[in-house]
Design a protein around this ligand. Structure first.
Ligand code: ADP
Ligand code: MG
Length: 711
């Protein structure tokens, strides 16, 4: 690389300026998401190797990764199906075996006895003693040994066409350029603001703030730590240098979300002011709204009157009664001349919503149309025609997003169980209603509450409502965990309950990581239970069944014709049969906490006392034990969500799908949750004192993804 005369910004230096990088290598690097030297700096190591010191062979143990140096004592090529090179090396303190399964030309000669050699690799205990398999090696001339590196060697994520050693070399070259002052990397966060924000947030928590380094120092330390640095802290991302980067990323996200919310406030939506129909519905409901439902429905009502798009998340535990909130909002839209689309994650749930809303709205002369992937042919064309003609409410699965569904005047989109939808799907539905820059209002319903620590930053600006009260007369669900060996006793209990006129679910879960298996397990359980009791009517639903069959079984269960329903987790979301009061979950240890809580929420919906039996296969892992304990001890969805976050981290819980955000690159929301308030304070300070930097920061971390994240 030829030094540019003036220091150049890292983002402006092409990868091909690095020694050894031609167009082909550049393309492979592009595939790793690396386009310029700036990207290279933000491509962080996944581990480190310590080649800074030589370990005496007498000190070697199984499992350590070390550098050794010694003299080859003997070597030989063993001819098997494939030739194999075995050698032994000694340094006066001990011996070590070396073994290579893939040979290349000249390699046996390189290991001639008497050669002085340095090898790096993992030591393994074998029947033949300690060995290194395929170590990397380097010949050393006695007396003129090459210097040992000063720093640990970073190991990077690599992809096809990129060799680890090459990538390491590229990063080192770029770091040299940075050190020599030929390159500059924009430090978008002034140290002073950073310190202020840290002090403010940390002192607020009663701790003293760590001093976070500037960006260039942080990057250098992460790519080239010394053996004396706290490597474990770096690997755990708890080192100040890592926190510096995490802080940047979280701040960038905070700023992006804040900006999107501001933009939304400038968009236009149809005001939906007419509440007459909603009043009528309220008067006709077979129940009175709970205080919490009343409060939330007022919040929504107020939102919909405005001419800017609502984006409200209604959180309410399973069974808290979210559907009626959607129905009231749909009435308000209809009375004001607009359509509502209600999106459910499964066909079973969409069907049930169509039925419930139909029952409620048809007496008010409102048309409810159902559309899912399984509605085909003539029925489908009819449904499409009615949607285009302005049917008040359209309930469906993601089939609603398909391009040939045309709404006449879409004013409101309700997304039930919103965490189950991808960002892209939500975006598509929102664009659908967009006519001449008019955006539909959006209401999201979720039973998986967002823990408060995370919602502060990630949902900043999204209005949230909580239905924190259950409908009256509900009895708490009694939950017990029982060893699967006692399945027989549990079966007897189920039979007894069914004979006494109660209804029950028998849920079969994943036996292995195979989509087919739960259906098979359910079929097996169904046959066994059905044969066992001739006087009890047993039904079966699983995801592999035809929608019409599924629906037949569900309605038979709803109408009480079936007493025991054997099912897979397809019934997890939303299914509502108030008379069912007993649930057995087989292999409960295999499910996550939130999922178990959702499943359990299928019972306890009527006035009858309900119970849930968690059948497990012993022995339980510690985490599984904790999950089952938590479930036995509480039915508070918020507590369960917090616990879920502790037990499995937000990777799954709050991944791309749930946050509506693009994936985080360095931050981890559980590990780094203490940094969230700091990022927020820092974001605000940047906006006021360095708005240009704030923009550049968003660009650095979210780049072209900002528009996508807006869904
Ligand atoms: P979820 O919040 O899980 O979606 P649903 O909307 O399905 O809950 O409501 C659960 C059950 O409670 C339904 O049968 C519904 O009709 C009933 N329900 C909702 N609100 C009330 C209320 N205020 N009083 C009595 N029953 C109610
Ligand atoms: Mg629901």
């Amino acid at each position: 690389m030829v030094a540019p005369l003036k220091p150049t910004n890292v983002t402006q230096v092409d990868l091909t300026r690095l020694r050894g990088v031609g167009p082909r290598t550049a393309e492979s690097l592009n595939n790793l998401g690396l386009f310029n030297l700036g990207d290279l700096f933000f491509h962080l190591p996944r581990s480190y190797q310590d080649r800074t010191r030589i370990t005496p062979m007498g000190e070697l143990r199984h499992g350590v990764e070390v550098l050794v140096e010694g003299e080859i004592q003997q070597s030989s090529v063993i001819r098997r199906k494939r030739p194999m090179l075995v050698a032994s090396i000694h340094d006066g303190t001990g011996f070590l075996g070396l073994r290579f399964f893939h040979l290349f030309k000249g390699q046996p000669q390189a290991f001639a006895a008497g050669t002085q050699m340095r090898c790096f690799g993992e030591v393994r205990a074998t029947p033949n003693g300690l060995e290194m398999i395929h170590p990397s090696y380097q010949r050393v001339t006695p007396g003129k040994a090459a210097q040992l590196p000063q720093h640990l060697t970073a190991v990077y994520p690599i992809g096809q066409g990129v060799r680890q050693a090459d990538l390491q070399r590229y990063v080192l070259e770029a770091l040299d350029w940075l050190a020599a002052g030929h390159l500059i990397i924009d430090d978008l966060i002034p140290q002073e603001l950073l310190h202020q924000a840290c002090a403010q947030a940390w002192n607020g928590q009663g701790a003293s703030a760590p001093q976070l380094p500037d960006l260039a120092s942080a990057l250098r330390l992460i790519h080239q730590p010394r053996a004396s640095d706290n490597i474990q802290a770096i690997l755990d991302a708890k080192h100040p240098a890592c926190q510096r980067l995490t802080m940047e990323e979280l701040t960038a996200h905070y700023l992006a979300i804040r900006q999107m919310n501001q933009r939304r406030k400038q968009q236009q939506s149809p005001p939906l002011p007419d509440t007459q129909l909603a009043e009528q519905l309220r008067a006709q409901l077979p129940f009175g709204l709970t205080g919490a439902q009343q409060r939330v429905s007022h919040e929504v009502e107020y939102d919909l009157r405005r001419s800017h798009p609502t984006l409200r998340l209604v959180q309410g535990d399973v069974g808290s009664g979210k559907t009626v909130i959607a129905a009231l909002a749909a009435c308000q839209a209809a009375a004001s001349g607009y359509q509502t689309a209600i999106l459910a994650p499964t066909e079973l749930l969409a069907e049930q919503h169509a039925r419930t809303l139909g029952d409620w709205l048809k007496p008010l002369d409102q048309e409810v149309v159902w559309l899912s992937g399984s509605v085909k042919g003539k029925a489908r064309n009819q449904a499409l025609a009615r949607i285009a003609a302005g049917a008040s409410v359209v309930v469906g699965t993601h089939a609603l997003i398909q391009s040939n569904v045309e709404f006449a005047r879409l004013g409101l989109v309700v997304i039930d169980e919103q965490h189950r939808f991808g960002v892209g799907q939500r975006l598509a539905l929102r664009t659908k209603g967009q006519q001449a820059e008019v955006h539909p209002h959006q209401l999201m319903l979720t039973a998986t509450p967002i823990p408060r620590t995370l919602s502060m930053t990630l949902y900043a600006g999204i209005e949230t409502s909580s239905i924190d009260q259950r409908p009256p007369g509900r009895q708490p669900i009694k939950t017990v965990a029982i060893n699967g060996q006692r399945r027989g006793e549990v079966e007897a209990r189920v039979a007894e309950a069914c004979r006494a006129g109660r209804q029950a679910y028998w849920v079969c879960t994943l036996v292995e990581d195979n989509e087919e298996i739960p259906a098979q397990a359910a079929e097996k359980a169904f046959e066994q239970l059905q044969q066992q009791w001739s006087d009890i009517r047993v039904g079966l639903v699983h995801g592999k069944m035809k929608p019409a069959d599924k629906e037949r079984q569900m309605s038979a269960f709803r109408d009480g014709e079936i007493q025991l329903l054997v099912a897979t987790t397809v019934i997890e979301v939303g299914v509502d049969v108030p008379n069912a009061s007993l649930m057995i979950i087989e292999n409960a240890e295999r499910l996550g906490l939130a999922q178990l809580h959702q499943l359990r929420g299928r019972v306890g919906r009527g006035s009858e006392a309900s119970s849930c039996v968690l059948l497990y296969q012993a022995p339980l892992s510690q985490t599984a034990q904790k999950r089952l304990d938590t479930l036995r001890n509480t039915d508070d969805g918020f507590k369960i969500a917090e616990m879920d976050l502790e037990l499995r981290g937000p990777g799954e819980l709050l991944g791309k799908r749930q946050t509506g955000l693009v994936q985080l690159r360095v931050a981890d929301l559980t590990r780094d949750r203490d940094l969230l308030p700091v990022a927020e304070a820092l974001g605000e300070a940047l906006l006021h004192q360095a708005p240009m930097q704030a923009q550049a920061l968003i660009h650095r971390w979210l780049g072209g993804n900002v528009a996508f994240a807006e869904a």
